[in-house]
Design a protein around this ligand. Structure first.
Ligand SMILES: Cc1ncc(COP(=O)(O)O)c(C=O)c1O
Length: 421
């Protein structure tokens, strides 16, 4: 079987199944994922980056469908979560509580209590205020918890990624400054309430170059070594996620280069390492299928107006992100500049601007590639548009992994008060 999305006899297929056939059965817009491609990406990352010295905690925020989570849990991954809702998803999907790390800059008391109750492996705090809150809540529980408390540092490292997903500079809200980290860690370690987990860092997402990772990890290691010299236990270094993928030509990012950076920084040092990849594991394993509603010529370009929109895939609008977009069936004709736009009433509603595509007709099916991460999970019901359904190709079968939402489902969410009846 050819794994993932490939053109076979003029048709893009997922794990050998024609996308046209899947869209004919399940409609559009539609997300389609390949379980085999997720497994392959997981193995690649595990081999190249973890390499026996660390574990993957899948970043649930990148795709939190329960079927996807179950698949990754079965592969042996842990989970990195950023909300109480994601914790419930991770537990329901089958991640062992001790393999869950709770990241994020603002956890509510209820979320912290729920995490302590569930006995998740680790909470990463991101401020003095949050450390104090976790300690107070853990103390109130009046019994020991297997949960450990880690500290996310902000290494003040710049990245070449989009400003909205860059998290490692000192002017972002994330982590504690490196200079304050040791004192805060000592506070946790001497609290007598909760065991220290270690240190964490995450400098952003869609990062293609290993240099900023390396700089951040060196800063983290520096603090860890200082703490160890002072006699504190620093069992785990959580090195975050962020490895980017090539959205333009589909070449996977260089996991080997990241693995080499891990070796350079940590060598044989006695730390357990954790990694939190999201995008790398999921992005290439999914597409958004969308059908052309109208083709409309304009000055020096054509608009392909499609049934998918910014509410289905917000990345192009939110991050100026580029996704490859291809006709699913081979289409003849000279390519021309084409904007692929949705039906939502905003000029910012597009899936791609300035693509070179052959002439498109009403009914043509397009594949928006590399949409498996930060795609369906960021969708909305803007313009009262039901969510696109999701299909997982697994063992040669196309399985729905979400219920098809209807407009009736959306209307049922609202309440008209008695005064207006
Ligand atoms: C704390 C944390 N870990 C991991 C990730 C996953 O990043 P990526 O999907 O780029 O690997 C994120 C996302 O930005 C994050 O905030």
């Amino acid at each position: 079987m050819i794994i993932g999305f490939h053109r076979i006899d003029g048709q893009i297929c997922c794990d050998g199944i024609a996308l046209e056939a899947i869209a004919a059965e399940f409609g559009s817009p539609l997300y389609v994922y390949s379980a085999a491609a997720i497994e392959a990406a997981y193995s690649r990352f595990d081999r190249a980056v973890c390499n026996g010295r660390g574990v993957v905690h899948f970043a649930v925020k990148s795709n939190s469908n329960l079927a996807i989570l179950r698949l990754l849990a079965r592969l042996g991954a842990g989970a990195d979560i950023v909300s109480g809702g994601e914790m419930q998803r991770a537990l329901k999907a089958g991640f062992a509580p001790e393999k869950i790390i709770f990241s994020g800059v603002g956890k509510t008391d209820q979320e912290i209590e729920a995490a302590l109750e569930a006995g998740i492996g680790q909470i990463n705090a991101e401020s003095l205020s949050e450390v104090e809150r976790v300690l107070a809540l853990a103390r109130n529980m009046g019994r020991s918890t297997p949960c450990r408390l880690g500290l996310r540092i902000n290494p003040d490292v710049a990245t070449d990624t989009h400003a909205k997903i860059s998290t490692g500079k000192s002017d972002t809200k994330f982590g504690v400054p490196a200079a304050e980290a040791a004192d805060l860690y000592r506070l946790i370690a001497t609290s007598g309430v909760i065991e220290p987990a270690g240190l964490a860092v995450h400098i952003g997402s869609q990062i293609m170059d290993e240099a900023p990772f390396e700089a951040a990890w060196i800063a983290l290691l520096d603090i860890a070594e200082g703490l160890r010299e002072d006699g504190f236990d620093v069992p785990m270094l959580d090195l975050g996620g962020g490895l980017g993928i090539d959205y333009r030509d589909g070449t996977p990012a260089d996991a080997d280069a990241l693995g080499a950076a891990v070796t350079r920084v940590f060598g044989n040092r006695p730390y357990r390492l954790g990694f939190e990849p999201g995008r790398y594991l999921l992005a290439e394993a999914g597409v958004l299928l969308t059908r052309v509603l109208h083709s409309k010529p304009a000055t020096e370009k054509t608009f392909a107006i499609v049934d998918g929109a910014m509410n289905d895939l917000i990345r192009p609008t939110l991050y100026e992100a580029w996704h490859r977009i291809e006709p699913v069936s081979d289409t003849a004709g000279a390519v021309q500049p084409t904007d692929i736009v949705g039906p939502v009433c905003e000029t910012g509603d597009y899936l791609g601007l300035g693509h070179s595509l052959p002439p498109l007709q009403r009914g043509d099916l397009l594949a928006v590639r590399s949409a498996g991460a930060y795609g369906a999970v960021m969708r909305s019901n803007y313009n009262t548009r039901p969510f696109a359904a999701e299909i997982l190709i697994i063992n040669g079968e196309a399985r729905p992994i979400s219920v098809q939402q209807t407009v009736a489902d959306l209307l049922a969410q609202d309440r008209i008060p008695p005064e207006l009846q």
